[in-house]
Every structure is written in C-alpha cells, then in structure tokens.
Write a protein of this length. Structure first.
Ligand SMILES: [Zn+2]
Length: 319
C-alpha cells in the first residue's frame, strides 16, 4: 500500500504537527458496543489532526474515521516502531532491558494465579521480543507468543514465537491455560473479534489477562490524550462490559504497584463466563464521566484547575 511505505515523506506526515495522518479509513459505530459515536476531539497529543469520537452508550473513545484493517496492518508492520519508538532497523537496547524487567515481574504475578504453573500452556498476544514468553518459560510455563512488527520479528530467536497478526496466526482450539494481551487491544479496530478468538483458544478453566491504558487516569491532561496508534481508549467498566459480551467475567484486578507502574492501568484477569454469570458494571456512568473529562472546554477547565492548584500550593507554603 503506497500510503504507509516507510518513506521520508510518510514519516514526516506521521510526525509533523497540524497535519493529518496518511490514512483514509472508514466511518464506524462504537467497536466496543455498537453504540453511537460523538466527536470529542479533533487534535491528538502531538497536535496532529486526528478525529476521535466517544461512544455515548459505553464511553469508549475511538478514532473515527477508523483506519481499515489493511491500513492498520501496514502501519504496524512498517511505521509504528519507527514513529512511536524511533526504532528503524533494530530494537534499542534500553527498551529491551526495560521490557525484560517488566516481564520478570509480570511472570511472577501470573504464576500466582495458578496453584502449580509447571507445564501450563500460555500465549502472549503481541509479544514484542518475547520477553514475557521467556520469563514465563523460566517460571515453568510451556510458553508461546506472536508479534506483527517487522523490526521486532527479526529478533525472534525462539520457535515458540511467530511473526503474524492476531487474525493470521493459527493455534489449536482450547489449547491454552493462560492468555495475556498487554497494551494491544487499544491498537485494534475489532477488539471484540480478537477477544472472541481468544475465547476459542482458551481452555474452559483458563485465565485471560487484559491490560490497556486507563483513559480515566489521564483525565484532561492534553499531553496524554489521543494518538494514532491507539485507535481505542478504554476505561475499566467499558472493558469489563465488552469482555463480558465476548464470554468473559473478571476475577481479579491487578494494582499498578504489583506491576511496578506509577500510573493506573486497566489491568484485569478474566475467566470464561458461565450461563449464570451477570454483568455488574454501569457503562452509562463511564460515558458521562468521560464525556465531562474530555468534552468541550475540558482543556480550559484543566488549565484553570492547574493554576488554582499551583496558587493553593503557593499559599500553603507561605503559611
Ligand atoms: Zn460503546
């Protein structure tokens, strides 16, 4: 596809402020619940034009027009790591080290979900260099993963890790005791289809750990708002609601301290739902809260609040 080749011009179009991204996309309804989207932002965190809607039913944020499957696939294969992480030909060492530490920590948390992890089969959706796959192997898991990026995939050393997208990879049905999908779902235009695929891969008593950025933790901070790679912006309750629609119920929420993060994440462990399970979240409250925090004048309101807080601090110091 011409528009996403890693050329100098496309690189500029993907980075320069006050320009749109090089994609056409198509107008869609909420990818989480099918609800109606209302425009909530036109500019992203880099001051680039990026039309973003909020679902009036469940409060999910989504890029609209949404990039097509082909556009997203090309973007991830060739542009994502270079425009977002400045990795053109190889993976930066510092990044790999950080990921290793993170994976070691997470593998400990994952092992604690099971009585005896030895021999259990795990699959990491969008596994990067496979740090978590390796860490889980050390913990005793029979661990697998796959990764769509070209630059990343060239480093894949293990046969346990494949190069592919979530749509293209094939595994046996109900083959896994544990599936992780960490900071991946917010990049997908069809999150429900992806979760349905995971449902088919997971054993009846298997566990699924989903982690995504928490849009409610960002609030009105404009520097943390939208960017092209995140075509979806989740909050706790609309993630739980969407996962429920795909056959999952939450069993445990992972605190930011457990995974060594300073900011809140939506980090939830699910099991497969039984017929008697009921959904207990109220997504209309999420929609109202997100609408207020990200809506019109929210930038100005945030600026005033910040000044107010600073003045308050100054006054406090003088006393
Ligand atoms: Zn929705």
């Amino acid at each position: 596809m011409w528009f996403m080749k890693l050329t100098f011009w496309n690189f500029i179009r993907t980075k320069a402020p006050l320009m749109g991204y090089p994609y056409k996309g198509e107008t869609i309804d909420c990818p989480g619940c099918g609800g109606h989207g209302e425009r909530i932002a036109r500019v992203d965190r880099y001051w680039k034009f990026l039309p973003t809607d909020i679902c009036t039913t469940c409060g999910l944020f989504f890029t609209n027009p949404m990039p097509t499957d082909g556009e997203l696939e090309e973007y991830y294969r060739v542009m994502y790591r270079s425009t977002y992480g400045w990795a053109f030909k190889s993976v930066p060492k510092a990044h790999a080290e950080k990921k290793k530490k993170d994976a070691a920590r997470r593998s400990g948390v994952i092992a604690s979900f099971f009585e005896n992890p030895r021999g259990l089969r795990s699959l990491d959706f969008g596994c990067g260099l496979g740090e978590l796959v390796a860490a889980l192997e050390r913990t005793g898991f029979d661990a697998y993963g796959f990764e769509p990026g070209d630059v990343w995939s060239q480093h894949l050393s293990s046969e346990r890790i494949r190069h592919g997208t979530w749509q293209s990879v094939q595994y046996d049905a109900e083959a896994f005791d544990f599936v992780s999908i960490m900071h991946v779902l917010e990049h997908l235009r069809s999150p429900r289809s992806c979760l349905q695929k995971i449902h088919g891969l997971l054993k009846q008593d298997g566990l699924l750990w989903i982690e995504v950025p928490d849009m409610q933790a960002y609030g009105t901070k404009s520097g943390k708002r939208f960017h092209f790679a995140h075509v979806l912006g989740f909050s706790r309750d609309n993630l739980i609601s969407m996962a429920f629609e795909c056959g999952f119920v939450p069993v445990r929420e992972v605190a930011k301290e457990e995974i060594g993060k300073s900011r809140s994440q939506v980090s939830i462990v699910f099991r497969k739902a039984n017929p008697e399970d009921v959904l207990t979240v109220d997504v209309s409250a999420t929609a109202r809260k997100n609408m207020k925090e990200y809506g019109e004048f929210s930038h100005a309101r945030h600026a005033i609040e910040t000044i107010g807080t600073r003045l308050g601090l100054e006054a406090g110091r003088k006393r």
